[in-house]
Design a protein around this ligand. Structure first.
Ligand SMILES: Nc1ncnc2c1ncn2[C@@H]1O[C@H](COP(=O)(O)OP(=O)(O)O)[C@@H](O)[C@H]1O
Ligand SMILES: [Mg+2]
Length: 281
């Protein structure tokens, strides 16, 4: 091999389109779950004009579990997710991601970079773009500014998007405009948009509201398949759905944890029956 050939080879290797230069790569975030807990919430209080939306709440989420949060309107479910994701400041208490990341010291962008993804109730996909474009855009946006300037996706990223399309059941819809998907499919696409950046913890607010029975069933399978590799916290009102996915259910009431256990345990809990489930059965 001549000197020129080897110089060319080196240059090609340096500027490979399927790779990002190491100095541009994000650092892997390490989350210390050596105690099996990924989210620690202790003594958490939030008040709005003197009203306590969260009141000395204590909650622990295990690494890899699928946890359901239930509770009447106003119980504090959304406020809790707002504090975890840095959207709302708390008055007192602590929130740790693993043993070392103090989430109360971080802003929304930093919390997302740590691997905490949130899906709001209403799908916010880009309707005029294809399913594939939505996933690509999401991957680039989540990675920040520099990778967006490198037009091409790396081979790893292409594989990741393929894997996510498979997971969310939209492989055959990749070239469809997101706007033409059904309500359920849009919700799955939005879950996919979180999954491309490989979050450790997913917070999902009322995923099956407005879905058909079949879509609800599919969503149950999807969320169950995500647990293990991810930790999934789901807020949902549909009790049949909660029963079909949850091993552990946490009942919130007036900003605190009222009960926790299997669906059967919480449904038979006297305090829960009194304040929440009781008036439904
Ligand atoms: N930004 C806010 N300003 C004033 N009150 C709020 C605000 N956000 C939530 N609240 C109040 O806090 C309580 C808890 O709300 P929320 O967390 O949305 O409950 P949930 O999601 O369980 O229905 C409710 O009484 C609500 O009215
Ligand atoms: Mg809410």
């Amino acid at each position: 091999m001549s000197i020129i050939d080897s110089a060319l080879d080196n240059t090609r290797e340096t500027f490979r389109r399927d790779q990002v230069w190491s100095f541009l790569k994000e650092k892997e975030v390490s989350v210390d779950v050596s105690h099996q807990i990924i989210l620690y919430i202790e003594g958490l209080s939030v008040s709005f004009d003197g009203f306590k939306a969260l009141n000395d709440m204590n909650l622990y989420i295990n690494d890899g579990e699928l946890r359901c949060l239930i509770g009447a309107n106003g119980a504090g479910k959304t406020t809790l997710m707002d504090v975890i994701t840095g959207k709302t400041q708390c008055d007192e208490g602590s929130v740790y991601f693993g043993q070392t990341h103090n989430l109360l010291e971080k802003d929304e962008a930093e919390i997302s970079q740590l691997g905490i993804g949130r899906k709001f109730q209403k799908p916010t996909v880009f309707e005029a773009h294809t399913v594939l474009d939505n996933l690509e855009l999401s991957l680039k946006t989540n990675k920040g500014v520099i990778p967006t300037l490198l037009a091409r996706l790396s081979s790893t990223e292409i594989l990741k998007i393929d894997e996510v399309l498979e997971t969310i059941g939209l492989k055959d819809h990749r070239m469809m405009l997101a706007g033409s998907l059904s309500h359920g499919q849009k919700q799955w696409l939005e879950i996919g948009m979180l999954l491309v950046s490989e979050p450790r913890l997913l917070l999902v607010d009322e995923p099956v509201a407005g879905m058909t029975a079949q879509e609800t069933e599919h969503t149950a399978e999807l969320l169950k398949s995500l647990a293990g590799d991810h930790t999934v916290v789901v807020v949902e009102h549909d009790m049949e759905f909660v029963r079909s996915i949850a091993k552990t259910v946490t009942v919130l009431h007036q900003g605190s944890v009222l009960a926790e256990g299997t669906m059967d345990e919480v449904q038979n809990n006297a305090a829960v029956r009194e304040v929440y489930l009781g008036d439904e059965s």
